[in-house]
Write a protein that binds this ligand. Sequence first.
Ligand code: UN1
Length: 514
Amino acid sequence: GNPQQLAEQIASLQKSGDLPRAVPSTLAGGAQAPQEVRNPANLAEVVGYVSVGTKEDIALAFDKAGQARKAWDDAGATHRAVCLVAAADKLRAHRAELVRLLVKEAGKTLPDAIAEVREAEDFCRYYAAEARAHFAEPTALPGPTGEENKLSLRGRGVFACISPWNFPLAIFLGQVTAALVAGNSVVAKPAESTPLVAALAVRLLHEAGVPHDVLHFVPSAGKLFGEVALKHPALGGVCFTGSTSTAQFINRALAARDGAIVPLIAETGGINAMIVDSSALLEQVADDVLTSAFTSAGQRCSALRLLFVQEEIADRLIELIAGGMNELHIGDPSQPSTDVGPVINKSAASKLEDYSKKVAQRGVKVLKQCDLNQVRTEGSYFAPRMLELNNARELTSEEFGPILHVVRYKRENLHSDVLASIREAGYGLTLGVHTRIESVWQEIVAEAAVGNIYINRNIIGAVVGVQPFGGEGLSGTGPKAGGPHYLFRFATERTLTVNTVATGGNAKLLSIGS
Ligand code: UN1
């Protein structure tokens, strides 16, 4: 229907009390008129509407989540794990709908969308299993005779979960389910451009047994959400995935709070590199570079930005990559043959264009640019390209899109130039190495302060439970999502020490006295 009609319908439902004000979703929401969500691949298409929460909606969600948290924590990890497994089953049952939304709302290609639903399901099952293993029973610790020590894990309070548009289902659900299963209640803010798939995920979690007051969904403007959430007294923790600068902003806001000290779990950006030496298998390298740099239109924080190539093989590798770029199908992501879809919106596309112009003015060489003539719809498309830099230090910004930068290096400068420039940039998310000499990659691994290092393969697509994902330095706080240490940071530890001798004695004295 048209937005006006929908706004009126929502307003009348709200008056009649059928819709909760604090739980905006695609059909429910705050006082404001619903906003359109557009398809990035076809800007004329409205995918749905979202009602954006007001300050009051956000505050009310935190109030209610604060009241609901203790009962949820007391219900125990086994119960919460059961809810997560039920949610995983529901994700599987709704796969077609979720894939459709990921394609339409986020411009995901079909393979990306299918993989993302699977990843969301994996997060639910993995965190459920981890919670059963570590949260269900207190750990008994040794003590002297006559003393009993037990360590238990409890939720911290209300977690604010703030997630990005590039994985609007998997990262959104990964954050939320980790916080929930550890015993917290949650107020979740989806990314502004991708609220619809997140809304469906929340509905499925509610249907799977997570109480409405334990999980609140508040689409809202980032700044407004931050203003309310970061000051709210019930806040127990923040889980954030997005830009480094926003994580730093959240960190400062948390530091300025009065009262309890609240932790931040942040997964941020990267200037990710791949190092290719002259012993590498070039056809395989070219394939892995194309996958790493251009899958998801380069909009992954794991994506390859900086390709260091030993000078002897640089021309040959560049030629192979350029040849591969000729074969990339760019266009409507709902077509099964599409390799690269649009970027998330017009403003992202124009930022990438501005960046390209700026570097061209500085004399950066364009080695290859894909052709957009094949694109049939009016969307936010940006042509993948390969640029050549003289020096890696020229790359300072976290551009988020299909732009690959190539830098040639001399073998004798591997440490002084390549590894030093990676270290100086200060990011540490993903790194790739292609070499057939074991000692070369071992040398690099020993020196690199990077969270996920991949040898002789592509550098994206970390698998839950297999390749825990997350960075160091400017790339995040850890712990790693989908890894065995993740849930602990969402919890607080309680040590209970009982003097069993005295306790027994006191009990006797008391009973004699009474
Ligand atoms: C992100 O892009 O924000 O390994 C992180 C990967 C994904 C990256 C997710 N897990 O490609």
